[in-house]
Design a protein around this ligand. Sequence first.
Ligand code: R5P
Length: 218
Amino acid sequence: MTQDDKKKAAAYAALEYVEKDTIVGVGTGSTVNHFIDALATIKNNIVGAVSSSEASTEKLKGFGIEVFDLNEVSELSIYVDGADEINPYNHMIKGGGAALTREKIVSAVADKFICIVDDTKNVDILGDFPLPVEVIPMARSYVARELVKLGGDPVYREGVVTDNGNVILDVYNLKIAEPLTLENQINSIVGVVTNGLFANRAANVVLVGTDSGVNTLK
Ligand SMILES: O=C[C@H](O)[C@H](O)[C@H](O)COP(=O)(O)O
């Protein structure tokens, strides 16, 4: 099985968590693209979706799935999204596709975060994947200096502007032993919009695509 086959298997397994006549929270990325394909097969059973990026919105609309503004929606039973890394406590690093802020906002509204990954994303300690941090452009250098004080090596992701008009710093060489603490520390730096640690908002269910099928972790 290729990595993409495993992503697809995990994505289709998430359909089991979609409740009839509800609005579904939808993440961003290559794994979620498979989930949107899957959602299209049952589109007549759902009311629509709330999306975490312009890219996912476009794909959802392409299938004729109605996309609601989050401000029109007071509850979501599930939010389905991928991750760049996930640890045994279901803490994640996200934002490889620069969609972390909207992902964190939509997932905050949902009762359950269903994480869909292939088995290359499972790690014991987060941090081999550089941690994305979304930053207000004028604060970029200041925030980078503060991230160095926290032990990381931030690198400006050149040429990338987020859907919110901000920039991304990818922080290398962090061994993240305490994800909750680090998430809060980085969020308290002035100029940071969001960081890609999802520890305060961990996954409730993890569907892992493997060579031998999809494993469900809770
Ligand atoms: O900003 C992007 C998101 O956080 C993605 O969920 C994450 O990067 C995983 O993406 P993929 O499913 O393409 O590996």
